[in-house]
Each structure stands twice: as C-alpha cells, then as structure tokens.
Design a binder for this molecule. Structure first.
Ligand code: XIL
Length: 309
C-alpha cells in the first residue's frame, strides 16, 4: 500500500495554526474559536489524541498584543496572559489530550537564557512562564479536566544548555505545585545533523526521571533541494533515530515515558519548510507527485519510521 490512509496512519494530531493567539483572540477579550472548531470537527471522529497548540508564545500574536494602544505594564499584560490561557483551556476542555502551554521560552544565544525577544519576557520577565502554567492549572482544576499540560521547545532534543534550562523549569513548576505533565521536543532536524538515537533517548530519559512524559511534537528532517540518493538515505536513518529513541526510552516512576511522535505537516506540498528555510524541503513522510490535492505517496522515510516501531 503506498497511498495515505487517514485513519490508519495517525492516531494523534496537532493544529498547526488554528489555536494560536492571533487566531483565537483577534481582539482583546474577544475569542474566536471558529477555525479551531472546524479543525476539531474534522479530526475528532478519527483521532484519539489531539495535542492543542499553543497558548503562550512570542510569535503569531495578535497585533493588539505586540503594538498596544497603551504600553503594557507587568500587571496589564499579566492579566492578558492569564485570561487567554484560562479561557482556551476552559473552552476546549477534554477535547484536548494536551496543551502546549508555553512554546519556545528559551533562547539559542545565550543558550538556555529566557528569550528576551518575546514581549512576555520583556514586560513580565521569566515569571510569565509559571504564570501561564498557573492559569492553565487553574482552568484544569476548576473544570475538573484531565487535559495534560506541556512545555514545548526546539533545541532541547539532546543534552545542552537549552535542555538543562527546560529541565530546571520542570523542577521549578513541580516545586511550586503548578501542573506540568510533559515536555515536547519539536525535533525540526537537518539531514545528517539529527542527534543520535542514544543522545535523544538519554535526553528523553533525563526529563522522564523528573516525573513528566515526553513527546516528539513537530518532527521533520529538511534537506537541501533537490534530494539526492545520499541525502534521502540519510533522512531515513534520521527519522528512524528519533522514533527509535522514543520507542526505546525507559519508563520512569508513575509510568512516565515517551508517549508519542508527531510529524509537522505530513506532506511536502504543504510543509512550512520551503518558505521558512529557503532552498530546503522534502522534510515530511509523504509526497504529492501530481501536486496539491492529488494522491499522497509515501516516501522512503515512512519505512524508516515503521522500522523503528
Ligand atoms: C509554524 C507553522 O507551520 C506555519 O504555518 C506558520 O506560518 C509559523 O509557524 N515551532 C512551532 C510551530 O511550535 O508552531 C511552528 O509552526 C513551527 C516552529
């Protein structure tokens, strides 16, 4: 079988854009859930796990947040943050298996510092992160929900300053009795530069040991176009390494473990890669040789994924 089978190939799904801030709170205090509801109506019949994405991030904000009529103060922006996170978690309730509460809080340089190009960090400081988790925690407790709360980032897929910073955050939240159930590893990799299976697995196990689940949340492996036999072969190994690390990660106390792998855009035709990383692409498991809206065909990496399972 070479064609795409929606029911058979996935049991977990993430909306790429429809739940983001700009889409859900286009005007202050005015929530628009229409795009997200359309997404949910499509996926709910066949998907077991819906990973809702995301509540608080520096990007894809509404312009009223980034260019306010009156400059924000710590108090006014904190209220915005709390209200947004609380409302979304409450509204979607247990339709979401999990929420990425905070996305990409840490900088690449200096690695592991709080990213001060974020308006949340600039106005509120690092406390914005626990604040967002507290809002989500309150919504979970008030609604008696079972939705799981995640921190999600890239560059934390193997040991290093960003991974250490994310582990510290998990410990700090737990010490304050603020709910955190998991950490998402985005895993936007470059062919041939994907961390080894053992490096990824050891890093996953370091998080699991803190008492959280981990998920590979946005896996893709980009390469310079056009692909060659060598880069495509390497890409199969790269996909394999990540999936095998998740499968191999040992369970911790409370049965925490690596509980899923999600690819970011599953067909090259619609992937975010070519527009974001010019000259690169071919990063997902499916192709549409006939162009948009035509039959999906599995690429070699599909077999790399299957082999790891
Ligand atoms: C990307 C989407 O795929 C694009 O359509 C959008 O223009 C920008 O955001 N990390 C994340 C995702 O957590 O939300 C980003 O998604 C990719 C990087």
């Amino acid at each position: 079988m070479t064609e795409f089978n929606n029911t058979h190939d996935f049991e977990e799904v993430t909306p790429a854009n429809t739940m983001k801030f700009f889409a859900t709170e286009p005007e202050q205090g005015v929530f628009d859930y229409s795009g997200a509801e359309t997404f949910l109506s499509i996926v709910t019949p066949t998907k077991k796990y819906i990973r809702c994405h995301n509540l608080i991030w520096k990007s894809q904000l509404s312009s009223w947040v980034t260019s306010p009529a009156v400059p924000w103060t710590n108090a006014t922006l904190s209220a915005v943050l709390y209200n947004h996170a609380y409302n979304l978690v409450s509204h979607f309730g247990d339709a979401c298996y999990s929420w990425d509460v905070v996305n990409e809080a840490f900088a690449d340089s200096p690695a592991g510092a709080y990213d001060n190009s974020s308006i949340w960090e600039q106005i509120i400081g690092p406390e914005y992160v626990p604040m967002a988790f507290q809002a989500a925690t309150d919504a979970v407790r008030d609604g008696n929900l079972s939705v799981k709360l995640y921190y999600n980032d890239y560059g934390i897929e193997s040991a290093g300053a960003k991974s250490t910073a994310a582990q510290t955050l998990v410990s700090q939240l737990k010490a304050r009795d603020i709910q955190i159930d998991g950490v998402g590893f985005e895993s936007h990799f470059i062919v041939g530069e994907t961390p080894s299976q053992s490096a990824q697995q050891a890093n996953m196990e370091a998080f699991i040991a803190l008492g959280v689940d981990v998920v590979v949340t946005e896996l893709d492996v980009r390469l310079s176009l056009p692909p060659t036999v060598a880069t495509e072969t390497q890409q199969v190994a790269d996909f394999y390494n990540t999936v095998a690390a998740c499968v191999g990660a040992k369970k911790g106390t409370g049965s925490h473990g690596c509980v899923g792998v999600v690819v970011w855009d599953f067909v090259d035709t619609y992937s975010w890669i070519p527009t974001t990383f010019v000259g690169q692409g071919y990063g997902t498991p499916w192709l549409q040789p006939g162009g948009a809206n035509t039959t999906l065909v599995k690429k070699a990496v599909y077999d790399g994924i299957l082999e790891a399972l």
